[in-house]
Design a protein around this ligand. Structure first.
Ligand SMILES: [Zn+2]
Ligand SMILES: [Zn+2]
Length: 155
């Protein structure tokens, strides 16, 4: 089976260990991909587990499972990813296309992740962040230009 998060990844080698075997995603990028796959596959428990306790409010597994199933997810594109396994915070910017009823929507978000007791959690996101300039320094803080860094890495 193809992984929902990437057309060229096998589910078994990509998000399955996080969603089905209790492996913790090591980086914000791995968590972002796994959360997208969890939305596609209706894994409400994983979505709740990886939501920062400070921002998840009263959400329940049942609500998250239901809302993910009411949506048809059409694809994930990563724009940049920042944050390594030993960091405490990280950021991933992405675009997701999805369909509700008959209408296609685009979600463009810069998501913030934090480590809580060693585990990465989704904290919050900024919708429609400023466009990343292709010749500017990459927002992943590599020190390279965006076009030579994440723009290349995620195409
Ligand atoms: Zn995946
Ligand atoms: Zn980069």
């Amino acid at each position: 089976m193809q992984c929902p998060c990437h057309p060229q990844h096998l589910f078994a080698d990509c998000c399955a260990p996080y969603l089905e075997q209790g492996v913790e995603p090591p980086t914000p990028l791995a968590l972002m991909r796994a959360r997208y796959s969890a939305f596609v596959l209706g894994h409400g428990a994983f979505l709740l587990h990886t939501w920062h306790p400070a921002t998840r409010g009263e959400l329940t597994v049942a609500e998250l499972t239901q809302s993910s199933k009411n949506t048809q997810w059409l694809g994930l594109t990563i724009l940049f990813a920042q944050g390594h396994a030993d960091d405490l915070q990280g950021t991933v910017e992405f675009k997701v296309r999805y369909k509700e009823h008959t209408k296609v929507h685009l979600l463009h978000e810069r998501s913030h992740f934090e480590r809580v007791a060693g585990f990465w959690k989704y904290h919050s996101g900024q919708h429609n962040p400023p466009k990343i300039k292709i010749n500017a320094l990459c927002p992943c803080l590599s020190g390279k230009k965006y076009k030579l860094c994440c723009a290349k890495r995620f195409t």
